[in-house]
Design a binder for this molecule. Sequence first.
Ligand SMILES: Nc1ncnc2c1ncn2[C@@H]1O[C@H](COP(=O)(O)OP(=O)(O)OP(=O)(O)O)[C@@H](O)[C@H]1O
Ligand SMILES: [Mg+2]
Length: 169
Amino acid sequence: MIFVRTTSVEGTRSVAAALAELARPGDLLLLAGDLGAGKTAFTQGFGAALGVDDLITSPTFTLVNTYEGRLELNHLDVYRLEALGEVLDLGVPEMMDDGGVTVIEWGDAVAPALPADYLEIRFTFPDTDPEGDDVRLLELVPVGPRWSARLRAIATAVSEWIHEPEGED
Ligand SMILES: Nc1ncnc2c1ncn2[C@@H]1O[C@H](COP(=O)(O)OP(=O)(O)OP(=O)(O)O)[C@@H](O)[C@H]1O
Ligand SMILES: [Mg+2]
């Protein structure tokens, strides 16, 4: 896995844009992390780099928003879903087969109902950071062959923001 640190919302959007350059038809990204951690901000940067011109907003009430770009972007937020069965009803695998890229906020919660081939991004707020409230840590975890094969490319794309967590050994 790769750890990244951003110090502003623009930084998170830039990390997302760098990752979007690696995106391929059928890719899936699951965004995990608390309210306000930056999942929607990430999706905005990701979509902009895919050539989405429309304003990307949180799809909390619609569940799925689809945007036209160089690749189509399917943006889901499954925070409100009560059961895994509801995710199955959304037809995510069919969506992925349409040649776009699918980004799911709170997607870690529904991973068991999805194909085990995705990039998980875990957003956290550092406990204390001298740079203040706008710091976010992003842990990039490839699951399955699609993104694991791109691990080096991911590290290169986000090299500017790579951050080795301290005190974890
Ligand atoms: N480094 C940062 N990265 C991302 N967002 C940041 C950062 N610093 C500050 N912010 C602010 O934090 C907020 C992130 O909100 P955002 O809607 O993206 O979170 P979210 O994870 O999608 O929340 P929710 O679970 O409610 O959907 C924004 O107001 C943004 O301006
Ligand atoms: Mg959001």
